[in-house]
Write a protein that binds this ligand. Structure first.
Ligand SMILES: Cc1cc2nc3c(=O)[nH]c(=O)nc-3n(C[C@H](O)[C@H](O)[C@H](O)COP(=O)(O)O)c2cc1C
Length: 217
C-alpha cells in the first residue's frame, strides 16, 4: 500500500450512522477483521478482551433498542461486535487467567514466569489497588483492538461505527438472559457495528496537524 492509498483508507473510515441491511460482510473478510483484534498489542500482553460477534437479527434489534448511540447502526449492520473486557479479579497476577496466559499462550519458561508475575504484582500494588483502576486499564487495551479492527475493515472497503453509547446494565441483562455473558468473568466495554454505508459521509473535520503535534528535534 502506498502513502496515497493509506490516506484514502484513513479518509474512507468514518463513523457510519446507517448501514445497508441487505449487504453482508463475507466470512473471509470478517475473519481478517477479527485477526486484527486478536493480534492487537496490549500492555504486558494481557489480552483482556473477548469479542461477541452478533449476526442474529433479533438480537441486533433488541440491543439497538437499548443503546442510544447505536439505534440505527445496530439493527442495520451486518456484524455487531460487543467488546468484553476481563473483570479485575481475572487480571490479578495470581489469577487462573494470568496463569493460563503465562503457561499456555506465552509458553514462558518456568524460571521466567515468576518474574513476569512479579512485575504484574508490583504494577498492581502501585497503580491498580482499586478494581476500578485495573478494569479501566483493561478497557484501554480493548479500545486498541477496536481501533485496529475498524482500520482493517476500512482497508477492506468495509464501514464501521464505534458505539460507546450503550446502556451497559440493559445490555448485560439481555446477554446474561441468553447465556452469552458471565459477569463474574467479563464486563461490557464498548461495541462496534460493521457493514456497508447507505449515505456518503460529510467532510472529515479535525484540528490541524500543527495544533496537535509538537516536534522536538
Ligand atoms: C470510544 C468511542 C465511542 C463512540 N461512541 C459512539 C456512539 O455511541 N454512537 C456514534 O454514532 N458514534 C460514536 N463514536 C464515533 C465518534 O463520534 C466519531 O468517531 C467522531 O465524531 C469522529 O468522526 P468519524 O469517526 O466519522 O471520523 C464513538 C467513537 C469512539 C472512539
Amino acid at each position: 500500500m502506498n502513502r496515497n492509498e493509506i490516506m484514502d483508507v484513513l479518509n474512507f473510515r468514518h463513523s457510519c450512522k446507517v448501514f445497508d441491511d441487505k449487504k453482508k460482510i463475507s466470512d473471509v473478510d470478517f475473519e481478517v477483521i477479527l485477526e486484527a483484534g486478536r493480534l492487537s498489542p496490549s500492555s504486558m500482553g494481557i489480552e483482556p478482551w473477548k469479542f461477541l460477534v452478533i449476526e442474529n437479527q433479533e438480537l441486533k434489534n433488541e440491543l439497538g433498542a437499548v443503546c442510544w448511540g447505536g439505534k440505527a447502526q445496530m439493527p442495520t449492520c451486518s456484524h455487531l461486535v460487543l467488546y468484553l473486557s476481563r473483570v479485575a479479579k481475572e487480571l490479578r497476577f495470581d489469577s487462573n487467567y494470568i496463569d493460563y496466559l503465562v503457561k499456555d499462550v506465552k509458553h514462558l519458561p518456568e524460571d521466567v514466569a515468576p518474574t513476569y508475575k512479579g512485575i504484574m504484582k508490583s504494577i498492581e500494588e502501585v497503580r491498580f489497588k482499586e478494581d476500578n483502576d485495573l478494569e479501566a486499564y483493561a478497557s484501554d487495551q480493548v479500545h486498541i483492538a477496536l481501533a485496529n479492527m475498524m482500520n482493517v475493515a476500512a482497508i477492506l472497503g468495509i464501514d464501521s461505527c464505534p458505539i460507546g453509547g450503550i446502556d451497559r446494565k440493559a445490555v448485560e441483562k439481555i446477554l446474561v438472559d441468553r447465556g452469552l455473558l458471565d459477569t463474574e468473568e467479563f464486563n461490557i466495554t464498548v461495541s462496534a457495528a460493521f457493514g456497508y454505508r447507505v449515505n456518503n459521509p460529510g467532510e472529515k473535520l479535525r484540528q490541524g496537524i500543527d495544533e496537535i503535534v509538537t516536534w522536538i528535534k
